[in-house]
Design a protein around this ligand. Structure first.
Ligand code: SF4
Length: 334
């Protein structure tokens, strides 16, 4: 079964918070987002590109704090999606919101309209990091909201950020452990970037904040990704995919975010191939077979894993084999 999300971006309406890493003016800049009618057209267009067999499609309301808008407006968006759910073309709805915007009345509305997945921007589950990041909520609020979401039968996602003020490798790991313990089945890992116009930019300019380095962001993500996978938490995304324009004009400091997921996955495969180095002989050649879904990651970002193995073997080929899954691989020596 293949999973698809149809993303719909709803406007962020006057968020009352001032998270240190966020410039609301840029977020509220999406105020011209699509209207209900245009959303319908967008859904129809998306559906026409998705294979009807063996597919599970979710509608995903991104870009805003969904439960932060009025119940009436939420219902208008959900009502628009209803015919697609009733016809079976869409299996459920995914929304993202803040932990302190979860209450029973709102969950009842979401349930009525077949919302299946709720993602909370937790960002960190360390109270000191949350305080220094001016998130405006605590770990306890995330825990309470998570419990309420799960008790109401929704699937829970908890997103986290790396390198917020006060965050360390240890607090990031604790955040991941809390995410698992709170019952999330989905997460996203975002390294913090310094965006122009934010309070974080001021801190950085005064020398009071050092962004996480690219290397540390990759190292931590490698560890966290594997921890999440072992605990059956799906990592939906690693790193933002901002446009070239945004990266060039709005990001003033932070880790190199280009191809971030590829770099993390490539590092994980590099570790998996370590036993092949111990057995290596420059007189032999190898063909490594991996699952088709993992082929590019196994070869590595800019072929890094293949090049690394090439220095230990006469010849190295990495190919796909549909019988293999996940991180299993087979090696033929010749
Ligand atoms: S990141 Fe913080 S400030 Fe920005 S829109 Fe979300 S809650 Fe509001």
């Amino acid at each position: 079964m293949r999973h698809f999300n149809i993303p719909l971006f709803i406007p962020e309406k006057a968020c009352p918070f001032q998270c240190i890493f966020c410039d609301q003016r840029k977020i509220t800049g999406v105020e011209d987002s699509l209207q209900i009618k245009e959303f319908e057209t967008q859904i129809i267009n998306y559906l026409s590109t998705i294979p009807t067999e063996n597919s599970s499609v979710l509608l995903a309301f991104f870009g805003g704090t969904f439960t932060g808008i009025s119940l009436k407006e939420q219902e208008e968006y959900l009502q628009m999606a209803k015919p697609f759910i009733d016809s079976g073309q869409i299996a459920g709805i995914r929304i993202s919101t803040r932990p302190d915007y979860i209450n029973q009345e709102n969950l009842d509305l979401l349930k009525r309209y077949h919302v299946s997945n709720i993602e909370l921007g937790a960002q960190s589950l360390n109270n000191e990091v949350l305080r220094q990041s001016y998130r405006g909520h605590t770990y306890q609020q995330v825990a309470e909201a998570s419990k309420l979401i799960l008790n109401n039968g929704f699937e829970l996602g908890l997103q986290m950020m790396l390198g917020l003020p006060g965050d360390t490798k240890k607090t990031a790991l604790q955040t991941a452990e809390h995410i698992i313990a709170l019952g999330a089945t989905e997460t996203r890992i975002y390294p913090t970037m310094v965006i122009r116009g934010t309070a974080l930019e001021q801190l950085w300019r005064k020398g009071k904040y050092n962004p996480i380095s690219t290397e540390k962001a990759i190292e931590q993500s490698v560890e966290l990704f594997q921890l999440f996978e072992e605990n059956k938490v799906r990592v939906l995304r690693m790193g933002l995919y901002p446009s070239e324009d945004f990266l060039n004009n709005e990001v003033v400091a932070g880790p190199e975010i280009h191809h971030f997921k590829e770099k993390v996955m490539s590092r994980i495969w590099g570790q998996k191939f370590m036993p092949l180095i111990q057995k290596a002989s420059i007189d032999s050649s190898i063909i490594i077979y991996v699952s088709p879904l993992q082929l590019n990651f196994a070869i590595g970002y800019k072929a890094s894993n293949k090049l690394m193995l090439n220095s230990y073997y006469k010849k190295v080929k990495i190919k796909s084999d549909t019988k293999l899954q996940n991180y299993n691989y087979r090696v033929d020596y010749y």
